[in-house]
Design a protein. Structure first.
Length: 331
């Protein structure tokens, strides 16, 4: 099997270190591995598969010979350096929001739209974490019944803010003052993720709307979102209301979810079986449960989806994109 020269940009971060874990777990075909982070970490040793790698800083020519570059170092780093990696001939898979809505770049959840890569630039965008776990269950519903309207309400873990978010929860749980979130996250949910825009929505909410439309290739789909930070260390949850075009039975919906690769149905409330955050911690499933009819409209369905935002919501989805492109002979 062919092996590849792989770079991880942001290798010392929460997503970057999970990239390394997932690459190892997936036995990814690596020939040479190069790790990048900021100047602060340059020279630091990071372990991968029993060997030590020295973290480097980004500089001109640093992507020469790299074939696959996994980026998770924030939007401004991606804006500047992803085109450099692309110019050097690498396929870039970027975790920031910098390239997601660029028309020439594909925004991919591999179980849904890998073919979006075909006529796109070689910078592939990885969607927002909450979007990935939401569009996966929407796909089989759309295929079978047609989507008319979608309303998201999220319950997002502090790990979604990176190490600073986790530290703020741990610090405030010990009675110390918050340093990162505007309120004490150990004592409250905060209905505010990313900055507010002129229409009253936050950027995180607008990302969910726009990215859902792009991934499903449904530019006119009616979508709305409310995004909330909750005092949970890891794994996001999303409550999803969908108005469908066609009538359905709950059994048909359960079957549609169960037959979608990537989804695990956990829906037996009588025995206290439904998706809780801890079920998703450390693995790549999107867990779907609490499946029931919406009482407020015809053909409405409600359900709840939970996933590890650092894995399927970021690092694992990106590695799965790379794996799928290799398998399809596109890299
Ligand atoms: N956390 C999530 O759930 C999640 C989900 C999806 C996408 N993302 C995206 O992934 C990216 C990273 O998130 P994270 O949670 O891993 O953040 P993080 O823990 O704060 O890590 C940031 C990483 O970027 C590196 N970095 C910062 N400035 C840099 C620069 N100028 N040049 C090179 N490297 C630089 C840092 O290196 P140093 O250690 O040297 O500072 C570190 O390795 C963000 O774009 C975020 O939006 C995060």
């Amino acid at each position: 099997m062919k092996k590849y020269n792989v770079a991880v940009v942001g290798a010392t971060g929460l997503v970057g270190s999970t990239f390394l874990k997932v690459l190892k777990e997936y036995d990814f075909p690596i020939k040479n591995l190069t790790l990048f982070a900021s100047e602060r970490s340059a020279g630091k040793a990071v372990e991968y598969d029993g060997k030590e790698y020295i973290v480097q800083k980004l500089e001109e020519g640093c992507f020469d010979g790299i074939e696959i570059a996994l980026f998770s170092a924030g939007g401004s780093v991606s804006e500047k350096w992803a085109p450099e990696a692309e110019k050097s001939g690498a396929v870039v898979i970027d975790n920031s929001s910098a390239w997601r809505m660029v028309k020439e770049c594909a925004l991919i959840v591999p179980e849904i739209n890998l073919d979006a890569f075909d006529n796109a630039r070689k910078i592939v965008a990885n969607p927002n974490c909450s979007t990935i776990q939401s569009v996966l269950p929407l796909k089989p519903l759309n295929d079978k019944f047609g989507l008319k309207r979608v309303v998201y309400s999220t319950y997002q873990a502090v790990s979604g803010s990176g190490q600073k978010g986790k530290n703020d929860l741990i610090r405030t749980l010990k009675g110390e003052e918050p340093e990162f979130y505007p309120y004490n996250i150990s004592q409250t949910c905060i209905p505010h993720i990313d900055v507010f825009t002129d229409n009253g929505y936050t950027k995180e909410e607008i990302k969910m709307v726009n990215e859902t439309r792009k991934i499903l290739n449904m530019p006119d789909l009616k979508v709305s979102a409310t995004c909330v930070r909750v005092p949970v260390l890891n794994a996001h949850a999303v409550s999803i209301m969908v108005e469908l075009d066609k009538p359905f039975t709950l059994e048909e919906v359960r079957e549609a979810f169960a037959s979608q690769p990537g989804i695990i149905v956990v829906d037996d409330p009588a025995n206290l079986k439904y998706p809780v955050s801890t079920i998703a911690n450390g693995n790549d499933g999107v867990y779907v449960g609490r499946i029931r009819r919406d009482l407020s409209c015809d053909n409405g369905i409600l359900f709840y989806a939970v996933s590890d935002n650092i894995r399927k919501g970021a690092a694992a989805n990106a590695v799965q994109i790379a794996e799928a492109l290799i398998k399809a002979d596109k890299i």
